[in-house]
Design a protein around this ligand. Structure first.
Ligand SMILES: C[S@@+](CC[C@H](N)C(=O)[O-])C[C@H]1O[C@@H](n2cnc3c(N)ncnc32)[C@H](O)[C@@H]1O
Length: 328
């Protein structure tokens, strides 16, 4: 159910350059800097996880980020019309969510498939304690050799890990090894580029500059890449998957779409970006690009202003790719 037609603009949204959307109420500059948990490091008012090195995960893992991930989850559910996955699952018994974040997808899957056992794994132990009885969480580095046995899972899922993973062929080959024959692997990622159908995204748009700084400049310097549909499909093919199916969904930023569902998606996406721009940009800009924090913060502020501009009818793509492990 991919949808690539142009997103129609709602004429009721005021065409006024000076009037931005209202603030969502976050104030990230007032995050607490105190913690006794020495696995975490604090930078520019945000908390990051240190595991095998501060570069491992460039995104923060504090409560602000956890709120953003949960909002993002709701938005991706809307994008998929309420579905948690695209693979045609048939009574799955063992499910793995790699890089589970707050575990919200894994918890929803456990509720949706009560006869399955759902495991979420992540570098950061930021998942809740109260979870469905058929769900558990593990702290694990997905880029290391997996301890799971071969042919364990009916379904292995990974969402929005593009910025975090250096060796995708190794990760997808571990996903493939641990999937049962006949089981499915699914990758879901928000793309690394911004678009507009009506030319309202100028080349010097600050939101676009922030995207490009992270995806076109910083990530390649550390051997990582923003998500692209062809690469995702190629990784599954390289791992050995068959029947690979791809879908692309437009994810607008802002309330400008006329269609109510797209408007809601755009509203949540923008709300998430109020803290998301800083989450994606700060570590990449300062640690990798060597920018001063003030310069990076200035870019984030400009990017947020552009993101809120009602006349910028901007969207990115959400990609979902799944493939099957053959029976023999
Ligand atoms: C953008 S969040 C996505 C979270 C979740 N998949 C979702 O869609 O809501 C990326 C997550 O990947 C985790 N992560 C990054 N590198 C990882 C690794 N090498 N192994 C396991 N988890 C990792 C981070 O800790 C973070 O929780």
């Amino acid at each position: 159910m991919s949808n690539n037609s142009d997103i129609e603009v709602d004429p009721k949204v005021l065409a006024n350059d000076d009037e931005d959307y209202e603030s969502a109420g976050y104030n990230t500059s007032t995050q607490s800097l105190s913690s006794s948990i020495n696995a975490f490091v604090f930078e520019n008012g945000r908390r990051y996880h240190v595991y095998y090195g501060a570069e491992k995960n460039l995104l923060p893992n504090d409560e602000t980020e956890q709120d953003r991930l949960d909002m993002h989850h709701e938005m991706m559910l809307l994008l998929l019309g309420g579905s948690l996955h695209k693979a045609p699952l048939n009574n799955p018994q063992k499910i793995l969510d790699v890089g589970t974040g707050t575990g919200v997808w894994a918890i929803d899957m456990a509720d949706r498939y009560p006869s399955a056992w759902v495991t979420g794994s992540d570098l950061s132990p930021i998942q809740p304690n109260w979870v469905p009885p058929n769900c558990n969480f593990e702290v694990d580095d997905a880029e290391k050799d997996w301890t799971h046995a071969e042919d364990t899972f009916d379904y292995v899922h990974a969402r929005n890990l593009a910025q975090s993973i250096t060796d995708w062929p190794k990760l997808t080959s571990e996903m493939f090894r641990c999937t049962k024959p006949g089981g499915y692997i699914e990758l879901a990622e928000l793309g690394c580029e911004l678009y507009s159908d009506d030319g309202t995204l100028a080349p010097d748009n600050a939101f676009k500059r922030s995207y490009d700084l992270v995806n076109a400049e910083a990530l390649p310097r550390i051997g990582r890449h923003g998500a692209r549909l062809e690469r995702m499909a190629a990784f599954l093919k390289m791992a050995g998957c068959v029947d690979i199916t791809t879908s692309t969904y437009k994810q607008p930023y802002g309330l400008w779409p006329r269609d109510p569902r797209q408007k809601q998606i755009g509203a949540i996406a923008m709300l998430a970006m109020e803290t998301g721009i800083e989450a994606y940009v700060m570590a990449a800009a300062t640690r990798i690009m060597g920018m001063e924090a003030e310069e990076a913060q200035k870019l984030c502020a400009e990017a947020w202003k552009s993101c809120k501009n009602k006349n910028h009818h901007v969207y990115t793509n959400f990609y979902v790719v799944y493939g099957k492990k053959p029976m023999d």
